[in-house]
Design a protein around this ligand. Structure first.
Ligand SMILES: [Zn+2]
Length: 156
């Protein structure tokens, strides 16, 4: 049975995945969002699993923009420093559970935690506005190149 759309009361909801542009602080990323969407007005309802499906991608994107470590970066840095999860958490003043959530991509690390790979810090000189802003600890993937944003990221 088709569920009527409660937003427009004209269409019905169907389960599908849509391509959606997610924007954060002027940067955009395209995400593939599952959910129930109205064929008429395009409004959608997301359940817990739908939100979970894109949560990690969105958090990683926000971390990049804010110059914080993403989950894969924080793992790289910790492994490079040969620390256990417990040791790394202790150094950063985080609970091991919380630290583990950073590594799983379920939470964005605090600035102080992101700074624990100090040796990998570099500053990104943005050409657009020539402001110098501290950028991410990229765990050396970028080899010091100024922009190590994922390729799908575009400045508005
Ligand atoms: Zn509708």
């Amino acid at each position: 049975m088709k569920k009527a759309c409660s937003f427009c009361e004209k269409g019905f909801l169907e389960r599908k995945t849509i391509k959606e542009t997610y924007t954060y602080k002027g940067y955009s990323i395209e995400i593939v969002q599952p959910g129930e969407f109205c064929h008429f007005c395009g409004e959608g309802i997301l359940n817990g699993a739908d939100i979970k499906a894109t949560e990690k991608q969105i958090l990683a994107f926000q971390a990049k923009i804010d110059g914080l470590l993403t989950s894969s970066e924080i793992i790289k840095v910790r492994q490079k420093l040969k620390l256990s999860l417990k040791q790394a958490a202790e150094i950063c003043g985080d609970e091991p559970n919380r630290f583990s959530r950073y590594e799983c991509g379920e939470a964005i690390p605090r600035r102080s935690t992101s700074n624990f790979g100090v040796g990998h810090r570099f500053v990104n000189q943005t050409r657009a506005n020539t402001q110098v802003r501290p950028y991410s600890f990229c765990a050396g993937f970028c080899r010091g190149r100024p922009a190590c944003l994922p390729s799908q990221v575009t400045k508005r």
